[in-house]
Design a protein around this ligand. Structure first.
Ligand SMILES: Cc1cc2nc3c(=O)[nH]c(=O)nc-3n(C[C@H](O)[C@H](O)[C@H](O)COP(=O)(O)OP(=O)(O)OC[C@H]3O[C@@H](n4cnc5c(N)ncnc54)[C@H](O)[C@@H]3O)c2cc1C
Ligand code: SF4
Length: 485
């Protein structure tokens, strides 16, 4: 702990965002970096607690007090080594993680917590600026080969760890570009796609091969993967939920992921399948109040929507921590994203009864009703409509952001893999019922977070290494490895 009184002397200072009007003009990231001296002060707010609860808050077990202290001292390169020792891609988590570490920060009990996520982002960005982040190919190869299916954060983390262990790794991706949801789910304004490309260039230099447009089980037979000594399936949980509501097939009712993917492809001039989906000049209603819904709100406003409204069927969460989620747990609490701030009317406890169409089958409105939840201990919560609250909303684009029901079945069907009760691929220590096939990330745990996907990719890689070699030098969670970075 470099500065004993840091947390008393300095308040938390966060990055500012560009003004709404300015940031809505394009799809670029819009945060304004803090000066280095301010970041050092922010690092000094860390109390280096005897029991750092932030460690257990972070699914990767990032060594947070250690890098905070090094940032305070201006030893950025050492801070980068510590950060990389537990996290392959801090540039993703430093931008996109909901930062459960900060919710578990001990300083957060009495003050604003340490701005851990922003410090993390600045450490890795300085690393790229200074040229400290370079390829480290393994010194020796084992002669073993591994196929990784899916190039989201889980697949990329698994690939880098397995390559470090000396195995020859090929990553197969059905999309035209690698990155998974980092590429085609999360909008460019939350993370510019060059951030993925510069990391992929390093992974390629380290010896990892990438094959895009390779849809395993569709245009690329699964049998060909049997040439590899092991497989790691990281295909995500991309089966989108829909509604059993009248009019759901109307022209103008679209899945959020189709809308978001198309916009990112449009920015980069890539081809996309299907009809054009645009919010320009439209009354847009986004159904679903989570991260995906928020991304649809931000994208609709950038496309020039006439109005943007958001529906959520659950009650409005409290402004502060609820009693049911005390520190250091992840709090049930209202989240207002930068996209919400850009313009959006938010409604809670509302259910869509009908998508109203004109005689051409085009969406013209939504009929809704207000609801409440009846909670009886030991029973499933029951949704009850409030009589007399039916309302019709003008709407010519409805975006379904209702979450995901699990992984697609192509791989599990063709490889004979068992599923768990939630229809995710079943695994014990990341190993499926077929011994040389492993699985990680959303495909194993259901739709989750980037930080969990990276953690699962790392842990699955260790299990694969043990399977192939009988033992592994890859680190377990939170142990950290320092492969000379
Ligand atoms: C719109 C949206 C916004 C989100 N925002 C955030 C956020 O801000 N912060 C956060 O932490 N999390 C966020 N998430 C969740 C996060 O993106 C995921 O939890 C994470 O990407 C999961 O990583 P993964 O590697 O398991 O799978 P994915 O990222 O889904 O990657 C799976 C990859 O496998 C490929 N694939 C699937 N099947 C095959 C096959 N048969 N052959 C070849 N390739 C295949 C897919 O094309 C895809 O590229 C968001 C999710 C969505 C949908
Ligand atoms: S990865 Fe997420 S939880 Fe872990 S230290 Fe970074 S922001 Fe916090």
């Amino acid at each position: 702990m470099g500065k004993i009184t840091g947390f008393i002397e300095f308040d938390r200072v966060d990055e500012k965002n560009k003004a709404v009007k300015e940031r809505l003009e394009d799809y670029k990231e819009f945060t304004v970096k803090l000066p280095e001296t301010e970041l050092q002060k922010q690092g000094s707010r860390c109390m280096d607690c005897g029991i750092p609860f932030c460690h257990s808050g972070c699914p990767l077990g990032n060594l947070i007090p250690d890098f905070n202290d090094l940032v305070y001292r201006g030893e950025w390169e050492k801070a980068l080594k510590i950060l990389h020792s537990t996290n392959n891609f801090p540039e993703f988590t430093g931008r996109l993680c909901p930062a459960p570490c900060e919710k578990a920060c001990v300083l957060g009990l009495i003050e604003d917590p340490v701005s851990i996520e922003n410090i993390e982002k600045n450490i890795v960005e300085k690393g790229f600026e200074e040229g400290w982040i370079v390829a480290h190919p393994p010194k020796e190869r084992t002669g073993k080969t591994v196929a990784v299916v899916g190039s989201g954060p889980a697949g990329l983390a698994a690939a880098q760890q397995l390559n470090r262990a000396g195995h020859l790794v090929t990553v197969f991706e059905r999309d035209d570009e690698v990155g998974g949801l980092l590429r085609y789910g999360i909008p460019n304004f939350k993370m510019e796609k060059g951030i993925i490309d510069r990391r992929i260039a390093i992974l390629e230099e380290e010896g990892i091969s990438f094959e895009t447009n390779a849809h395993i089980g569709k245009n690329y037979p699964v049998e060909k993967l049997e040439e590899f000594d092991a497989m790691v399936l990281c295909g995500g949980a991309t089966k989108a939920r829909t509604l059993p509501t009248k009019g759901i097939d109307a022209k103008g009712v679209e899945q959020a992921m189709d809308f978001l993917t198309q916009q990112t492809k449009r920015i980069f001039g890539s081809e996309y399948e299907g009809k054009e989906i645009s919010a320009k000049g439209k009354d847009v209603i986004v159904i679903g109040g989570g991260d995906t819904g928020s991304d649809c709100v931000g994208t609709s406003n950038r496309q020039g929507a006439k109005s943007v409204t958001n529906f959520e069927i659950m009650p409005k969460p409290p402004l502060g921590r609820s009693e049911t989620t005390p520190w250091p747990f992840w709090p049930l609490q209202l989240k207002t994203s930068s996209s919400h701030e850009e313009g959006c009317e938010r409604n809670w406890l509302i259910n869509t009864k009908e998508f109203i169409t004109n005689d051409k089958g085009e969406l013209v409105g939504l009929k809704t009703v207000e609801v409440q939840w009846k909670i009886v201990p030991g029973k499933r919560p029951e949704l009850i409509e409030r009589p007399g609250t039916e309302k019709t909303w003008p709407c010519d684009l409805a975006l379904l952001a209702l979450g995901f029901t699990g992984p697609e079945n192509t791989l599990s069907d063709q490889l004979g893999l068992q599923l768990d009760a939630r229809t995710n691929i079943k695994a014990s220590n990341y190993q499926t019922n077929v011994p040389h096939i492993f699985t990680a990330g959303d495909m194993r745990r259901g739709q989750s977070l980037i930080v969990w996907a990276i953690n699962e990719g790392r842990e699955a890689a260790r299990e694969v290494d043990i399977f192939l070699m009988g033992t592994s030098n890859l680190p377990a969670k939170g142990e950290g490895d320092l492969p000379g970075i």
